[in-house]
Design a protein around this ligand. Structure first.
Ligand SMILES: Nc1ncnc2c1ncn2[C@@H]1O[C@H](COP(=O)(O)OP(=O)(O)O)[C@@H](O)[C@H]1O
Ligand SMILES: [Mg+2]
Length: 422
């Protein structure tokens, strides 16, 4: 998985069996590989902007190489033999997303565009790849996002508790799951900016020297400006009813340039942007969740959990609802989205749908993604493709013993995540 923050590639290797929401997952390992600076800059230069098509084509193939390398590195660190990995789910890097559609050449067109060529990944690793998950949901009338509610519902639903899962990536999104419910009462949407505005401010303030507010220190040194914050929170996006999605289109360079056009100190500006993320998440909960359901606890994941200033502001904004991290239910905060796409790939390989129409607004449940099959014979012994995966084995079938806790970046989450989440 690589998200809108453009920070890098998150890999999760999981063992999965069973089907649908009853599938059993065991997360074997997860690891993040940052994008080299030049790649991040090149991606930024083709994201929601005027770009040379040649750059997009080259980056598409280059990212395929980087994804393959990131998986190899992750498997090696955890001593998981590549030939035990049966299937890869690759989200790719979004460079444009307009799920709600726009007038274009006389027609209303909704579209989404992820790059990271699956053929390269399959060819390098000899493993089937499912990629391009979002397009089918968009074609089915959905916004193509958020897709992670599938995993949120699978792992976090609870008989007696109302839960909200919040992911703070570049954009922040939430999934609300009432107690003892089916997916038809799940509410999910993007609440607004996550780290994206903070990251860009830091990058502009430091002239590219830094690209995020490490440990929230800049924000902690400032004070949010109440007037600017109130003005930003009046934006109509926060009042718009879900389903709704946000992206670099709303919170990109233009938005940040306007923010920089104030008299505030850098610290106060970053503190205000951090408060905007916290307050807009809380607004999302208050306006669209609390009227419909009881919220007993909020579980946060994503890079934003590493920013203590943001987490402090979020806890305060959501008071008295307890705010926890997903690691408390056995889900690594940095791996949740990668795990989600591994699970969705597994569902696709078994010809089962995995969008949540109530989250995306799609007219129906659809099978997500495109398949790049490896074919029968390969260098590393993998092969047989999806046809051989139909026996209940999932994204990873590992025959080798997986060592735990010795040099693996983020070692195996306790077995049976699902049990822990209940
Ligand atoms: N130590 C940290 N302190 C503050 N922010 C952090 C830290 N580590 C990660 N982040 C934030 O998390 C972001 C990455 O989050 P991530 O969940 O990967 O987002 P995405 O899914 O959009 O890629 C970084 O861009 C940064 O803003
Ligand atoms: Mg990321």
């Amino acid at each position: 998985m690589s998200g809108t923050s453009l920070d890098g590639i998150d890999v999760a290797i999981i063992d999965i069996s069973g089907s649908g929401f009853k599938a059993k997952i065991n997360v074997l390992t997860s690891h993040s590989v940052p994008y080299p600076r030049k790649i991040r800059e090149a991606l930024m230069a083709v994201s929601n902007t005027n770009a040379f098509t040649g750059d997009i084509s080259r980056l598409n193939f280059l990212l395929g190489e980087l994804y393959a390398e990131a998986l190899e590195e992750t498997a090696e660190r955890a001593e998981i033999p590549l030939d035990t990995i049966k299937l890869i789910g690759c989200h790719g890097q979004t460079i444009f997303h307009e799920g709600q559609g726009a007038q274009y050449l006389g027609k209303k067109v909704a579209s989404t565009f992820q790059i990271g060529e699956s053929s390269v990944i399959t060819e390098r690793l000899g493993i089937d790849v499912i990629s391009n998950f979002r397009e089918r949901d968009v074609a089915a009338g959905g916004k193509g996002a958020p897709l992670v509610p599938y995993l949120d519902y699978m792992l976090m639903r609870h008989r007696g508790r109302g839960r909200v899962a919040v992911n703070i990536g570049g954009i922040a999104n939430l999934t609300a799951i009432p107690p003892n419910t089916n997916t038809e009462r799940v509410i999910a949407f993007d609440t607004g900016p996550g780290n994206m505005v903070i990251d860009q401010l830091i990058s502009r303030i430091t002239s590219g020297g830094e690209h995020f507010d490490k440990d929230g220190t800049t924000a902690a040194a400032g004070v949010p400006d109440p007037k600017l914050l109130a003005k930003l929170l009046r934006d109509k996006y926060f009042r718009a009813k879900p389903p709704k999605t946000a992206g670099r289109e709303q919170y990109g360079a233009e938005f940040v340039s306007k923010l920089l056009d104030t008299e505030l100190s850098s610290e106060d500006l970053v503190a205000t942007a951090t408060a905007l993320t916290a307050e807009s998440i809380a607004l999302g909960v208050r306006n669209f969740i609390l009227p419909d359901m009881r919220v007993d606890e909020v579980f946060v994941s994503g890079g934003g959990t590493h920013n203590p200033t943001l987490m402090r502001m979020l806890r305060k904004a959501l008071e008295p609802i307890p705010v926890k991290e997903t690691s408390e239910v056995g889900l690594d905060v940095d791996a949740k989205e990668a795990i989600a796409f591994a699970v969705m790939a597994y569902e696709t390989a078994h010809a089962r749908p995995s969008n949540v129409p109530f989250a995306t607004g799609a007219k129906r449940s659809v099978i997500l993604g495109k398949v790049t099959q490896n074919g029968p014979a390969t260098r590393n012994g993998n092969g047989g493709s999806l046809a051989n995966n139909g026996n209940g084995n999932g994204v990873v079938v590992h025959k080798a013993k997986v060592p735990r806790g010795n040099g693996v970046s983020r070692t195996a989450v306790p077995a049976k995540v699902k049990a822990a989440a209940r």
